[in-house]
Design a protein around this ligand. Structure first.
Ligand code: ZN
Length: 492
């Protein structure tokens, strides 16, 4: 594994234009009457006004636009995070957190605003117990501290002595785990669960009871034990897709059924073995779940669980005001960088929100629409996360609108006809090799000077070639001085 270095460069060596998000209104695109504005390919309609400085037309609200299916069960505007980087994340292959690192992560998650953090069981090792006690003494401002234990009185006794705000109890209920792991039957499980829950409750702290491998457990067993623990006053019951086998419809069905059986909160935990962890968390909230377990970058056992950033991205679309009111979103990148460094991984290039290309637009047609109204090709506003959008222009797919934006940034005085002509040259050169930002700027400056000195007229491609050779001699016939793989740091 390579150490994580926050890297905002473009692997193709293409240069990009940062677009100032503060001056760009992020306004949903116009919705044609009778449609939701989406074409069969899932892309937004591109019927935008060619005058890209015109004010965007008035549109429906966010909620109307995406036509969310919603009913009385849905909690997509009322949910909480149980952040488990310091428990589930500790089970990630590369994770070895020192107390110092754990404290930093806990404090940042508190500042970010997660409602709970979950810590490794104090029964796991003497150090785990010491860490749990130390984090409880930090005096976090808004985040409650939980620890995650087996359904066993010895573990429960240790847990309540650490100073945690609550205990998450788990036991395997599937036949796989009953037969091959702990070897206990449902009668024993129920009896022990009652004993542990009543003990933890007697200490005046929160208690959650969760099954493990819930989606391969017998429904009748699950509902029976959840009903029992709900009756004796558990704060939350937990549903866990421990093996990552569930799809969103199964999740919706189980949580919806459970919602009709218990009155307490419902916590959910989804592994990502088949790529459904975020969608399953969302389906669970739609069906009435109240809490979602996450970890930073999704780290955990095997390939991990619902990632914090991915859940935030998903929920921002459902109810941006709710998410923005609860969480300190610009901190997301900092938390991810901290955890990535601690476990010696890189933030993936396609990471939700913070991946280096998450807000980079390349295709000419996209760039044009983005410049007119960012919502045409962006469902999330980078400014909400302290990020910046980029339009990549030094490539063969570029368009004159994107180049025009650069011309304006360079304060060059060029007509649209001239910009289109210069764009044709950029595309011609980029057909041979991607152009760096310096190259694009030089081409535009040379073009601009040529036009204003009278040496160049629109359409004189050969004259422009001579000017480029004269003023960019280091090109030596090559369309770019830079390696196509040159990584360019961009400032966000
Ligand atoms: Zn797990």
């Amino acid at each position: 594994m390579c150490p994580h270095v926050p890297d905002q460069s473009n692997p193709n060596g293409e240069e990009m234009v940062p677009i100032n998000t503060s001056s760009q209104p992020h306004i949903p695109p116009p919705v044609p009457a009778g449609t939701n504005g989406t074409q069969p390919n899932g892309h937004q309609s591109n019927g935008v006004d060619t005058n890209h400085h015109s004010a965007p037309p008035k549109v429906k609200s966010h909620k109307d636009m995406y036509g969310r299916a919603s009913d009385f069960l849905s909690n997509t505007s009322n949910w909480k995070i149980i952040e488990s980087t310091l428990r589930e994340g500790e089970q990630f292959a590369n994770a070895f957190f020192t107390l110092e690192t754990k404290i930093k992560i806990a404090q940042m998650l508190d500042e970010f605003g997660v409602e709970y953090i979950e810590l490794t069981s104090p029964a796991a090792s003497p150090e785990s117990r010491a860490h749990c006690e130390a984090i409880c003494k930090l005096g976090l401002k808004r985040t409650k501290i939980l620890t995650h234990i087996r359904c066993h009185m010895d573990d429960a006794r240790l847990a309540v002595e650490t100073g945690v705000d609550g205990v998450d109890v788990v036991i395997g209920t599937s036949s796989f785990l009953r037969d091959h792991s702990h070897g206990k039957d449902m009668t024993w499980i129920t009896k022990t669960a009652i004993e542990v829950i009543e003990f933890v409750k007697s200490k005046g702290i929160e208690i959650r009871f969760s099954s493990e491998d819930s989606f391969r457990s017998e429904l009748v067993d699950l509902l029976s034990i959840y009903r029992t623990v709900d009756k004796i006053g558990v704060n939350r019951v937990g549903v866990a897709d421990t093996v990552g086998c569930a799809d969103s419809r199964q999740v919706y069905d189980l949580v919806r059924t459970l919602r009709g059986v218990v009155s307490c909160d419902i916590e959910t935990h989804f592994h990502n073995d088949t790529g459904c962890a975020i969608a399953n968390a969302y389906a669970a909230l739609e069906a009435g779940a109240t809490h979602v377990d996450t970890s930073v970058l999704g780290i955990g056992e095997r390939n991990g669980i619902t990632p914090l950033g991915g859940l935030i991205a998903r929920m921002m679309v459902a109810d941006p005001e709710y998410v923005k009111s609860k969480y300190n979103l610009p901190m997301l990148r900092e938390i991810e960088n901290l955890v990535a460094e601690a476990v010696e991984i890189s933030v993936p290039f396609n990471n939700y929100i913070t991946g280096f290309c998450a807000f980079t637009h390349k295709a000419g047609i996209h760039a044009k629409a983005i410049l007119a109204n960012p919502s045409t090709y962006e469902i999330l506003n980078p400014a909400d996360f302290g990020m910046t959008r980029y339009v990549s222009i030094g490539h063969r797919l570029t368009g004159w609108n994107a180049v025009k934006s650069r011309v304006e940034q360079l304060n060059l005085n060029m007509t649209d006809e001239q910009i289109k002509d210069a764009t044709a040259k950029i595309k011609e050169l980029a057909d041979v090799r991607t152009q760096s930002m310096e190259d694009v700027d030089m081409i535009l400056r040379i073009y601009h000077t040529g036009i204003h000195s009278g040496d160049l007229k629109v359409g004189q491609s050969a004259v422009l070639d001579k000017l480029l050779q004269k003023h960019m001699p280091s090109r030596e016939g090559s369309p770019t001085r830079d390696s196509p793989n040159k990584k360019v740091k961009v400032d966000v």
